[in-house]
Design a binder for this molecule. Sequence first.
Ligand code: COA
Length: 160
Amino acid sequence: MKVIYPGSFDPVTYGHLDIIKRCADKFDEVIVAVLHNNNKNGFFSIDERLELLRKSTEDMPNVKVDSFSGLLIDYAKLKKVDIVVKGLRAVSDFEYELQMALANRKLYNSLETLFMVSNSKYSFLSSSIVKEVVLNGGDVSCFVPDIVKDSLRKKIEGGL
Ligand code: COA
C-alpha cells in the first residue's frame, strides 16, 4: 500500500521525520510530497527542501521525495495513490485538518486521509519555530538533523 505525506517542509524537522519513519514501517511506499506554491516564498527553495528531505530519509528505502503544485487530489490521482497521511500535533491542528480532509474527499471520493498522532516529544514543533530559533542565534540540534541545521546556518550567512 502506498501513501502520500504532503506538506511544506520548510524545512523538514524531527517531527516530520517521526511521521515519515512510522509510515515507512507500516506502508510499502511513502511519497513525501513538497507543495510548490508559486504565491508563497519559502525560506528554502523547493530544490533545497527536496534535497534536505532526501538526505534526511536516505536510510528509508521505501520513502520517495517529490514535489507537486496545484491540488493535492490531482497529484494523488496522477500518482494513483488514494491515501494521504497527515500528522496531528495537538487538538488545534484538528479543525483545519478535518476541513481539508473533508474538502479533499468531496473533490475526490476515493481519497482517504489518515491522521497519525505526532510523537509527544515533537507536538510543539513547527518549521517556523525552528527558523525563529536559528535566526535568533539559538541551537536547533534537538529539532532538526545536522544536515538541516548546517543548511539553516549557511542560508543565514548567505552561503546557500
Ligand atoms: N512535525 C513538525 N511540524 C509539523 C508537523 C510535524 N509532524 N506537522 C505539521 N507541522 C508544521 C509544519 O512544519 C508547518 O509549520 P509552519 O507553518 O511553521 O511552516 C505547519 O505545521 C503546517 O504544515 P504544512 O506542511 O504547511 O501543512 P498543511 O497542513 O498546511 O498542508 C498541504 C500542506 C500541502 C498538504 C496543503 O496545503 C495542500 O494540500 N495544498 C495543495 C492545495 C490543495 O489541494 N488544497 C486543499 C484544497 S481543499
